[in-house]
Write a protein of this length. Structure first.
Length: 328
């Protein structure tokens, strides 16, 4: 059995849709008018009270110049927002001026302005980020790179101290810290040092006798101890170089041995021992390999310490010919 739905007249369908849209439009219009009416009522009420207000700081009595600003001499007052200047001290910002002195007299009831209050100068400690410390180290012309180290630079610190393996007369140099930020040179910190350097007294501003570093608490302890153990040397590095290469302690013995083992280094006078073969000019054959031999107590060899002597290797059964130094 087959069912069929009755056809809806298109005219009636359009009429129903129009009625629905009309009802929706009427509801939206009424809602808008009601919210607008409420906003107007609030504006009227604010105007009746003098308009929008802002809470500011005002003196409770006439204040003279150099009077410290405390909670006892000022109070919070609401005033119309259109009467507030950009530099008026708001009640929310009272802590920023608390304890400061007035630059000139201010009458009772007049809102305080930032221009009425002395400027709060930043202390050196304000330059330190939370969690960091500042520690100062004495420097000289060499250690400060002729006073070329500037605030904001980074340096590596090394300690020159006694070698524990040779405490009588040996020294060693050990790394202390890498990439340490310079906070101040002498009494100059931040931009002030750079500005004075370009001024008429720039040559004098560059001279200083100490450097202040920005470090962590544990790093400050390391630097303080290093200053007691020996001489701390600062080495300037590129500010963009963030690498920390492996650096190890170097002793005097290691330094001297490193020089002695360099190619071409001569330890002093030597004598040639020629084993087998002899040229017409008295020079050993170039084809034979050469080795070094230490000859003790040989005159001209450094008081018995010996020296290296060149010896060509000869074949078996070849007699040994020794060529002594001239005059011996």
């Amino acid at each position: 059995m087959r069912f069929s739905l009755p056809r809806i007249n298109r005219t009636w369908l359009m009429l129903i849709v129009a009625l629905l849209l009309g009802g929706l439009a009427s509801w939206l219009t009424a809602h808008y008018l009601k919210s607008r009416e409420k906003a107007i009522e609030q504006q009227v009420a604010e105007k009746a009270r003098g308009g929008k207000t802002v809470t500011v700081v005002v003196p409770v009595k006439d204040l003279l110049r150099d009077t410290p600003i405390t909670a006892e001499v000022v109070a919070a007052r609401d005033i119309p927002a259109d009467l507030v200047y950009d530099n008026t001290v708001l009640a929310d910002n009272f802590d920023s001026i608390k304890g400061l002195k007035l630059l000139h007299a201010v009458p009772r009831g007049r809102p305080l302005l930032q221009d009425d209050v002395e400027e709060k100068t930043k202390d050196f400690a304000d330059l330190l980020p939370p969690g960091t410390r500042a520690i100062t180290m004495d420097v000289d012309e060499v250690n400060s790179l002729s006073n070329m180290i500037k605030p904001g630079n980074y340096v590596d610190l090394f300690l020159i101290t006694t070698d524990p393996a040779n405490p009588m007369n040996g020294q060693q140099i050990v790394p202390v810290l890498q990439r340490v930020k310079v906070l101040a040179t002498g009494e100059q910190a931040g931009r002030r040092a750079l500005e004075e350097e370009t001024g008429p007294r720039g040559a004098q501003a560059r001279r200083y006798s100490n450097i202040t570093f920005e470090v962590a608490p544990e790093q400050a302890a390391r630097i303080a101890l290093a200053q007691q153990l020996g001489k701390v040397r600062a080495v300037l590095r590129n500010s963009e170089d963030a690498g920390n290469p492996d650096v190890y302690a170097i002793t005097e013995k290691m330094l001297v041995q490193g020089v002695m083992l360099k190619p071409g280094f001569s330890a002093g006078p030597s004598v040639d021992f020629i084993i087998g073969g002899k040229t017409q000019t008295g020079v050993a054959s170039a084809a034979a390999p050469v080795i070094n031999v230490t000859v003790p107590n040989l005159p001209g060899m450094g008081g018995g310490n010996g020296g290296g002597a060149q010896i060509p290797m000869a074949g078996p059964g070849v007699p040994l010919y020794a060529t002594p130094p001239a005059g011996q």
